[in-house]
Design a protein around this ligand. Structure first.
Ligand SMILES: [Zn+2]
Length: 249
């Protein structure tokens, strides 16, 4: 069911404790979704990040080996700004991620290790809405995430991986939330404090933003984030928010 463009966004569920974000590149979370992460961690929830690549193909003027080192460091700093201390890198090749069983295997392993109730990713659809084509890495990772949460719940799929059990309760992944989707259904309200942390989080990607824009990094990060949290406001009672397409399991 595709919501009509003027249908109101529902409030995202918040009866959960652990989330895992799985995205293709360093910076993918910071271009919008980090503001929701800032709200969640402020409320005491635990969030970890998994980057499928190290973003080594992201800066034209930097050799990939050096670029990977820079972007990994920027991502760790960026995550800390929104209360995320765990960032892991799966080491797939930037720009040519293949959607297939090896990627699903790696994502399923991360899900089994972290035991989240909510998994977050970014837009897996062909476009961002309108005529802006989405990149192959985002499409591949988003689709593989949606598949791999199912894999993670079936102990006969990738049976060589340790399957969670024993300590603590984990009822499996309950939702996958896709940020940046043109088919958003739900939203998380973003208040001023979280907005400020999201801006600081994006601004940590100094080398990457420096390649994209001549604007000072802080003002670039401020104007982008303000714009991003305004996108769903009309469908969310005028409130600034991060909008997600939510899949239940
Ligand atoms: Zn990306």
């Amino acid at each position: 069911m595709t919501p009509s463009p003027d249908e109101q966004l529902a409030t995202m569920p918040d009866d959960w404790e652990r989330a895992l974000a799985v995205v293709a590149h360093p910076d993918d979370m910071e271009y919008g979704a980090a503001a929701a992460v800032a709200e969640w961690t402020a409320a005491g929830k635990q969030v970890a990040y998994v980057m499928v690549t190290r973003g080594e193909a992201g800066i034209d003027g930097l050799d990939p080996a050096e670029c990977a080192r820079v972007r990994e460091a920027e991502q760790h700093a960026s995550a800390r700004r929104v209360g995320v201390d765990t960032v892991e890198f799966l080491g797939h090749r930037d720009g040519v991620i293949e959607e297939g069983v090896p990627l699903r295997r790696d994502i399923a392993a991360a899900v089994r290790k972290w035991r989240p109730e909510l998994v977050v990713t970014i837009n897996h659809r062909e476009s961002w809405g309108g005529t802006t084509w989405n990149t192959p890495d985002h499409r591949a990772v988003g689709r593989a995430v949606l598949d791999a949460v199912g894999d993670a719940g079936n102990r006969w799929i990738f049976p060589e991986q340790p399957v969670p059990g024993g300590e603590g309760k984990w009822g499996g992944v309950r939702w996958v939330a896709v940020a940046g989707s043109p088919k958003a259904t739900h939203a998380v309200e973003v208040r001023e404090e979280a907005l400020g942390r999201a801006v600081a989080s994006l601004a940590e990607h100094r080398a990457y933003i420096g390649e994209l824009s001549d604007e000072p990094v802080e003002s670039y990060a401020r104007s982008f984030t303000e714009w991003a949290v305004g996108l769903g406001a009309e469908r969310f009672g005028g409130r600034k928010c991060v909008a997600f397409e939510l899949y239940s399991r």
